[in-house]
Design a protein around this ligand. Structure first.
Ligand code: PHE
Length: 353
């Protein structure tokens, strides 16, 4: 054998290594050349018959070939490892130009902003803020408010009822207005000051607003089955319709930040007030200027309601009103569809942040 027979082996090894697509294939290919039964090992064994001189030169040549093969092997190993790393990096690649998943700062819902504003303004006029149940008894929603069963005035409101009956055998309702809070709050108030009254002191005036959710079978661009109301009640020994006018005018002008806002008290009917009035407002400038817009129902608390509060209607007199914060929000911000409030569309809500 001559040294020339080694070059094709090295060339074959290079070719075989280049063909290997994975580390396993490469190790298999390696076995053919430098493994226990590989070509190089075979050639080594074949040296046994050679002379000492021949062994020296032949051994050196075989070793050189072996080193060349091992170098080729290392090179290919490295190439395969690099390729693998490249694939992995590509798979885990981060596109740093993608916009991040931001957590936007939250904000209050426009109707909540209105509620807060209403509470703030009335608090500044000495009104307490009360909260009450949304699932209400028939007595509180209707009968106590001078609206007995089968009275035609009940059809003024298309009410949702629930499957639970009260002590009177009449199902509970989802309150169609916040007016039940008039009687509820009066009872609380009387209880709170019972000791003082017993000791001969006068009962402090009731001055309260009660904002909250209300429900009616109603659904279009300006009505939602769930909506908001804010009740107001001012009751004492010397409270008159004039006070209602002053308080409500003051409220509207502060709420809309408009000193020349006009108010109109238009005769109306509610079972729980007598006389009753719808309150309309009119802007003097802006896109709604000149139109009368209804914002609240109101009136002097009916003597039957005062009696149901546990008070003497000969002694206590006052007024109540109920307004729609949803409507007030629409007017203040120019929202034209009530349903936007409840869609949860962030593009709408973000404008009020
Ligand atoms: N509760 C009435 C309604 O829902 C509004 C109202 C409240 C009217 C208080 C008079 C007094 O329409």
């Amino acid at each position: 054998m001559t040294t020339n027979d080694l070059d094709p082996i090295v060339a074959n090894a290079r070719q075989a290594f280049a063909k290997a697509r994975t580390p396993t294939e490469l190790e298999n290919a390696k076995a053919h050349f430098v493994g226990k039964a590989g070509r190089i090992t075979e050639l080594m064994k074949g040296m046994a018959a050679l002379s000492v001189e021949e062994k020296k030169s032949r051994g050196a040549a075989i070793n050189a070939a072996k080193q060349a093969i091992e170098a080729a092997l290392d090179e290919r190993r490295q190439a395969l490892a690099d390729a693998e790393l490249h694939v992995q990096l590509k798979a885990e690649a981060l596109d740093v130009t993608l916009p991040g998943r931001m957590r936007e700062p939250g904000g209050l819902h426009p109707v909540s902003l209105t509620m807060e504003r209403i509470e703030l303004i009335f608090a500044s006029m000495g009104f307490d803020v009360a909260d009450g149940p949304e699932i209400e008894s028939d007595w509180h929603s209707f009968t106590s408010l001078n609206n007995p069963p089968n009275h035609p005035a009940r059809s003024m409101q298309d009410t949702f009822y629930v499957d639970i009956k009260g002590d009177d055998g009449i199902p509970y309702n989802l309150r169609p207005h916040t007016s039940p809070m008039q009687v509820r709050y009066a009872h609380q108030h009387i209880k709170k000051f019972a000791r003082r009254v017993k000791a001969g002191e006068p009962l402090p005036e009731i001055r309260v607003i009660a904002p909250g959710r209300t429900y009616r079978v109603d659904s279009d661009a300006t009505h939602s089955p769930m909506f908001h109301q804010c009740e107001g009640l001012w009751l004492g020994e010397n409270v008159s319709f004039k006070d209602l006018k002053v308080v409500f005018t003051d409220f509207c002008r502060t709420f809309f930040e408009s000193e020349d806002l006009a108010l109109r008290f238009r005769p109306s009917f509610f079972p729980f007030t007598e006389p009753s009035a719808e309150i309309d407002i009119q802007f003097q400038s802006g896109p709604l200027a000149g139109r009368w817009l209804e914002v609240a129902g109101s009136g002097q608390v009916h003597p039957a309601v005062v009696r149901n509060m546990g008070l003497d209607p000969e002694k206590y007199i006052g007024f109540a009103f109920g307004m729609g914060p949803d409507r007030l929000t629409m007017l203040r911000y120019g929202v034209n569809d009530l349903r936007l409030y409840f869609d949860g569309d962030i593009r709408f809500l973000r404008q009020f942040r």
